[in-house]
Design a protein around this ligand. Structure first.
Ligand SMILES: [Zn+2]
Length: 291
Protein backbone atom coordinates (compact mmCIF):
# COMPACT_ATOMS: atom_id res chain seq x y z
CA UNK A 1 0.00 0.00 0.00
CA UNK A 2 2.79 2.30 1.05
CA UNK A 3 4.61 1.53 -2.19
CA UNK A 4 1.55 2.60 -4.27
CA UNK A 5 1.32 5.80 -2.31
CA UNK A 6 4.96 6.62 -3.05
CA UNK A 7 4.44 5.79 -6.72
CA UNK A 8 1.36 8.02 -6.95
CA UNK A 9 3.29 10.79 -5.22
CA UNK A 10 6.16 10.50 -7.71
CA UNK A 11 3.77 10.56 -10.70
CA UNK A 12 2.11 13.73 -9.33
CA UNK A 13 5.50 15.31 -8.77
CA UNK A 14 6.51 14.56 -12.38
CA UNK A 15 3.34 16.25 -13.67
CA UNK A 16 3.87 19.30 -11.46
CA UNK A 17 7.52 19.62 -12.52
CA UNK A 18 6.57 19.22 -16.18
CA UNK A 19 3.89 21.90 -15.86
CA UNK A 20 6.37 24.25 -14.26
CA UNK A 21 9.14 23.63 -16.76
CA UNK A 22 7.07 23.30 -19.94
CA UNK A 23 8.34 26.01 -22.28
CA UNK A 24 6.37 29.13 -23.12
CA UNK A 25 4.86 28.74 -26.56
CA UNK A 26 4.99 31.59 -29.04
CA UNK A 27 3.38 31.77 -32.48
CA UNK A 28 4.15 34.62 -34.86
CA UNK A 29 1.75 35.00 -37.77
CA UNK A 30 2.63 37.00 -40.89
CA UNK A 31 1.16 37.35 -44.36
CA UNK A 32 4.22 36.25 -46.36
CA UNK A 33 7.16 33.88 -45.92
CA UNK A 34 9.61 36.51 -44.55
CA UNK A 35 7.23 38.82 -42.58
CA UNK A 36 7.64 37.26 -39.10
CA UNK A 37 11.34 36.98 -39.85
CA UNK A 38 11.75 40.66 -40.54
CA UNK A 39 9.47 41.98 -37.77
CA UNK A 40 10.13 39.52 -34.94
CA UNK A 41 13.12 37.41 -36.00
CA UNK A 42 15.58 38.77 -33.45
CA UNK A 43 13.13 38.23 -30.60
CA UNK A 44 12.41 34.72 -31.91
CA UNK A 45 16.13 33.86 -31.80
CA UNK A 46 16.43 35.12 -28.22
CA UNK A 47 13.32 33.20 -27.10
CA UNK A 48 14.38 30.04 -28.88
CA UNK A 49 17.79 30.22 -27.12
CA UNK A 50 15.86 30.38 -23.82
CA UNK A 51 14.18 27.08 -24.72
CA UNK A 52 10.84 28.56 -25.79
CA UNK A 53 8.82 26.80 -28.48
CA UNK A 54 8.52 29.30 -31.33
CA UNK A 55 6.61 28.90 -34.58
CA UNK A 56 6.32 31.22 -37.58
CA UNK A 57 3.24 30.96 -39.79
CA UNK A 58 2.88 32.60 -43.18
CA UNK A 59 -0.82 32.91 -44.06
CA UNK A 60 -0.10 33.07 -47.81
CA UNK A 61 2.27 30.90 -49.83
CA UNK A 62 4.12 33.84 -51.41
CA UNK A 63 3.25 32.80 -54.98
CA UNK A 64 2.82 36.33 -56.40
CA UNK A 65 5.73 38.46 -55.26
CA UNK A 66 8.30 38.10 -58.00
CA UNK A 67 9.12 39.86 -61.26
CA UNK A 68 10.04 36.76 -63.27
CA UNK A 69 8.41 33.65 -61.82
CA UNK A 70 5.07 32.98 -60.15
CA UNK A 71 2.47 30.40 -59.21
CA UNK A 72 3.38 26.92 -58.02
CA UNK A 73 7.07 27.20 -58.88
CA UNK A 74 7.44 30.34 -56.80
CA UNK A 75 5.37 28.91 -53.92
CA UNK A 76 7.70 25.88 -53.80
CA UNK A 77 10.78 28.08 -53.78
CA UNK A 78 9.32 30.25 -51.00
CA UNK A 79 8.49 27.19 -48.90
CA UNK A 80 12.04 25.85 -49.20
CA UNK A 81 13.44 29.27 -48.26
CA UNK A 82 11.08 29.53 -45.26
CA UNK A 83 12.10 26.09 -43.99
CA UNK A 84 15.79 27.02 -44.26
CA UNK A 85 15.14 30.37 -42.51
CA UNK A 86 13.27 28.52 -39.75
CA UNK A 87 16.36 26.36 -39.11
CA UNK A 88 18.57 29.45 -38.91
CA UNK A 89 16.15 31.19 -36.50
CA UNK A 90 15.64 28.06 -34.38
CA UNK A 91 11.88 28.01 -35.02
CA UNK A 92 9.31 25.85 -36.78
CA UNK A 93 7.99 27.41 -39.98
CA UNK A 94 4.54 26.71 -41.48
CA UNK A 95 3.27 28.14 -44.75
CA UNK A 96 -0.48 28.05 -45.40
CA UNK A 97 -1.57 27.43 -48.97
CA UNK A 98 -3.49 30.68 -49.65
CA UNK A 99 -2.64 32.81 -52.68
CA UNK A 100 -0.32 35.74 -52.18
CA UNK A 101 -1.76 39.17 -53.02
CA UNK A 102 -5.33 37.84 -52.85
CA UNK A 103 -5.86 37.32 -49.12
CA UNK A 104 -9.24 38.31 -47.75
CA UNK A 105 -10.40 37.90 -44.13
CA UNK A 106 -12.77 35.05 -44.99
CA UNK A 107 -14.28 32.56 -42.55
CA UNK A 108 -12.25 29.77 -44.17
CA UNK A 109 -8.91 31.47 -43.45
CA UNK A 110 -10.05 32.56 -39.98
CA UNK A 111 -10.64 28.87 -39.14
CA UNK A 112 -7.17 28.01 -40.49
CA UNK A 113 -5.68 30.63 -38.16
CA UNK A 114 -7.68 29.43 -35.14
CA UNK A 115 -6.49 25.88 -35.84
CA UNK A 116 -2.82 26.96 -35.99
CA UNK A 117 -3.00 28.91 -32.71
CA UNK A 118 -4.74 26.03 -30.94
CA UNK A 119 -2.50 23.29 -32.31
CA UNK A 120 0.54 25.23 -31.11
CA UNK A 121 -1.17 25.71 -27.71
CA UNK A 122 0.09 29.27 -27.83
CA UNK A 123 0.76 31.44 -24.79
CA UNK A 124 1.75 34.42 -26.95
CA UNK A 125 0.47 35.28 -30.45
CA UNK A 126 2.17 38.02 -32.48
CA UNK A 127 0.72 39.44 -35.71
CA UNK A 128 0.54 42.69 -37.70
CA UNK A 129 -1.81 45.54 -36.88
CA UNK A 130 -4.67 45.85 -39.36
CA UNK A 131 -3.30 49.16 -40.76
CA UNK A 132 -0.85 48.58 -43.58
CA UNK A 133 -0.13 49.47 -47.21
CA UNK A 134 -0.32 45.80 -48.22
CA UNK A 135 -3.77 44.18 -48.16
CA UNK A 136 -2.31 40.79 -47.19
CA UNK A 137 -0.64 42.33 -44.11
CA UNK A 138 -3.80 44.26 -43.23
CA UNK A 139 -6.05 41.21 -43.51
CA UNK A 140 -3.62 38.99 -41.60
CA UNK A 141 -4.04 41.52 -38.79
CA UNK A 142 -7.83 41.28 -39.08
CA UNK A 143 -7.77 37.47 -39.25
CA UNK A 144 -5.74 37.16 -36.06
CA UNK A 145 -7.97 39.70 -34.28
CA UNK A 146 -10.98 37.68 -35.42
CA UNK A 147 -9.38 34.55 -33.96
CA UNK A 148 -8.42 36.20 -30.66
CA UNK A 149 -11.64 35.32 -28.86
CA UNK A 150 -12.66 32.28 -30.91
CA UNK A 151 -9.56 30.24 -29.94
CA UNK A 152 -11.32 29.62 -26.60
CA UNK A 153 -14.79 28.81 -28.00
CA UNK A 154 -15.21 24.99 -28.11
CA UNK A 155 -17.91 24.85 -30.80
CA UNK A 156 -15.76 26.73 -33.31
CA UNK A 157 -13.35 24.29 -35.05
CA UNK A 158 -14.72 21.59 -32.70
CA UNK A 159 -12.20 18.92 -33.74
CA UNK A 160 -9.26 20.87 -32.30
CA UNK A 161 -9.51 21.38 -28.52
CA UNK A 162 -9.96 25.05 -27.52
CA UNK A 163 -7.24 26.82 -25.58
CA UNK A 164 -7.84 26.68 -21.84
CA UNK A 165 -6.27 30.09 -21.36
CA UNK A 166 -6.64 32.98 -23.77
CA UNK A 167 -3.14 33.89 -25.00
CA UNK A 168 -1.53 37.32 -24.91
CA UNK A 169 -1.86 38.92 -28.36
CA UNK A 170 0.82 41.35 -29.51
CA UNK A 171 1.32 43.42 -32.64
CA UNK A 172 4.54 43.66 -34.63
CA UNK A 173 6.01 47.13 -34.98
CA UNK A 174 5.03 49.24 -37.99
CA UNK A 175 5.45 52.88 -38.99
CA UNK A 176 1.91 53.75 -40.07
CA UNK A 177 0.34 56.80 -38.43
CA UNK A 178 -3.36 56.39 -39.24
CA UNK A 179 -5.74 55.83 -37.58
CA UNK A 180 -3.23 55.74 -34.72
CA UNK A 181 0.53 55.22 -34.55
CA UNK A 182 2.14 52.05 -33.22
CA UNK A 183 2.70 52.08 -29.45
CA UNK A 184 5.81 50.13 -28.36
CA UNK A 185 4.63 48.65 -25.06
CA UNK A 186 7.53 46.21 -25.27
CA UNK A 187 10.94 46.78 -26.89
CA UNK A 188 13.47 43.98 -27.16
CA UNK A 189 17.19 44.64 -27.58
CA UNK A 190 18.24 42.32 -30.40
CA UNK A 191 21.73 43.79 -30.96
CA UNK A 192 23.48 40.60 -29.80
CA UNK A 193 21.64 38.43 -32.35
CA UNK A 194 21.22 40.93 -35.17
CA UNK A 195 23.76 39.24 -37.44
CA UNK A 196 22.11 35.87 -36.83
CA UNK A 197 18.81 37.46 -37.84
CA UNK A 198 20.42 38.74 -41.04
CA UNK A 199 21.86 35.29 -41.73
CA UNK A 200 18.37 33.81 -41.38
CA UNK A 201 16.81 36.50 -43.60
CA UNK A 202 19.49 35.67 -46.19
CA UNK A 203 17.68 32.33 -46.67
CA UNK A 204 14.80 34.26 -48.32
CA UNK A 205 16.86 34.75 -51.48
CA UNK A 206 13.93 35.28 -53.85
CA UNK A 207 12.61 38.04 -51.60
CA UNK A 208 15.54 39.94 -50.16
CA UNK A 209 17.89 39.80 -53.18
CA UNK A 210 15.36 39.66 -56.04
CA UNK A 211 11.75 40.76 -55.49
CA UNK A 212 12.04 43.48 -52.82
CA UNK A 213 15.00 45.20 -54.55
CA UNK A 214 13.16 45.01 -57.92
CA UNK A 215 9.86 46.46 -56.67
CA UNK A 216 11.77 48.98 -54.54
CA UNK A 217 13.84 50.12 -57.55
CA UNK A 218 17.26 49.26 -56.07
CA UNK A 219 18.05 45.95 -57.75
CA UNK A 220 21.35 47.42 -59.02
CA UNK A 221 22.54 47.79 -55.40
CA UNK A 222 22.41 44.04 -54.64
CA UNK A 223 26.03 42.76 -54.59
CA UNK A 224 26.80 40.29 -57.36
CA UNK A 225 29.23 38.43 -55.11
CA UNK A 226 27.42 36.04 -52.76
CA UNK A 227 30.05 36.64 -50.04
CA UNK A 228 29.14 40.32 -49.84
CA UNK A 229 25.38 39.87 -49.71
CA UNK A 230 24.79 39.45 -45.98
CA UNK A 231 26.84 42.54 -45.20
CA UNK A 232 24.67 44.51 -47.63
CA UNK A 233 21.52 42.94 -46.20
CA UNK A 234 22.49 44.13 -42.72
CA UNK A 235 22.35 47.73 -43.93
CA UNK A 236 19.18 47.13 -45.95
CA UNK A 237 17.10 45.34 -43.29
CA UNK A 238 17.79 47.45 -40.19
CA UNK A 239 14.65 48.60 -38.34
CA UNK A 240 14.90 52.28 -37.38
CA UNK A 241 14.77 52.84 -33.61
CA UNK A 242 12.13 55.53 -33.09
CA UNK A 243 12.19 57.84 -30.02
CA UNK A 244 9.16 55.89 -28.70
CA UNK A 245 11.01 52.57 -28.99
CA UNK A 246 14.05 54.12 -27.25
CA UNK A 247 11.79 55.27 -24.38
CA UNK A 248 10.35 51.75 -24.11
CA UNK A 249 13.90 50.30 -24.06
CA UNK A 250 14.70 52.66 -21.17
CA UNK A 251 11.70 51.35 -19.25
CA UNK A 252 12.64 47.69 -19.70
CA UNK A 253 16.46 47.83 -19.60
CA UNK A 254 17.28 51.08 -17.81
CA UNK A 255 18.55 54.32 -19.35
CA UNK A 256 22.22 53.46 -19.60
CA UNK A 257 21.75 50.19 -21.46
CA UNK A 258 18.96 51.61 -23.66
CA UNK A 259 21.28 54.35 -24.97
CA UNK A 260 23.65 51.68 -26.34
CA UNK A 261 21.09 49.51 -28.11
CA UNK A 262 21.83 49.28 -31.85
CA UNK A 263 18.95 47.08 -32.96
CA UNK A 264 15.53 46.58 -31.41
CA UNK A 265 12.11 45.08 -32.13
CA UNK A 266 8.98 46.70 -30.70
CA UNK A 267 5.63 45.10 -29.85
CA UNK A 268 2.26 46.55 -28.88
CA UNK A 269 -0.20 44.75 -26.57
CA UNK A 270 -3.48 44.07 -28.36
CA UNK A 271 -6.53 44.89 -26.26
CA UNK A 272 -8.08 41.51 -27.09
CA UNK A 273 -6.88 38.34 -25.35
CA UNK A 274 -5.16 38.08 -22.01
CA UNK A 275 -3.92 41.44 -20.66
CA UNK A 276 -0.44 40.99 -19.13
CA UNK A 277 0.87 43.04 -16.20
CA UNK A 278 4.42 44.41 -16.23
CA UNK A 279 5.49 41.46 -14.08
CA UNK A 280 3.86 39.03 -16.56
CA UNK A 281 5.75 40.65 -19.43
CA UNK A 282 9.08 40.37 -17.61
CA UNK A 283 8.30 36.71 -16.95
CA UNK A 284 7.32 36.03 -20.58
CA UNK A 285 10.29 37.98 -21.96
CA UNK A 286 13.05 37.30 -19.39
CA UNK A 287 15.60 39.16 -21.52
CA UNK A 288 13.91 42.40 -20.44
CA UNK A 289 16.14 43.11 -17.47
CA UNK A 290 17.34 46.34 -15.89
CA UNK A 291 21.09 46.39 -16.56
ZN1 LIG B 1 4.79 40.82 -46.39
Amino acid sequence: MKRYFVLAFLICLTFITQAQTSPIRVIMIGAHPDDCDQDGGGTAILLSKLGYAVKFVSVTNGDAGHQEIGGGMLAKRRLAEAKEAGKRFGVEYDVLDNHDGELIPSLDVRLQVIRKIREWNADIVIAPRPNDYHPDHRYTGVLVQDAAYMVAVPNVVPHVPPLKKNPVFLYFQDFFQRPNPFRPDIAVDISAVFLQKIHALDAHESQVYEWLPWIGGYLDQVPKEIAKREQWLATNRTIRITPEVRTSLEKWYGKEHAAQVQHAEGFEICEYGNQPSEADIRKMFPMLKKK
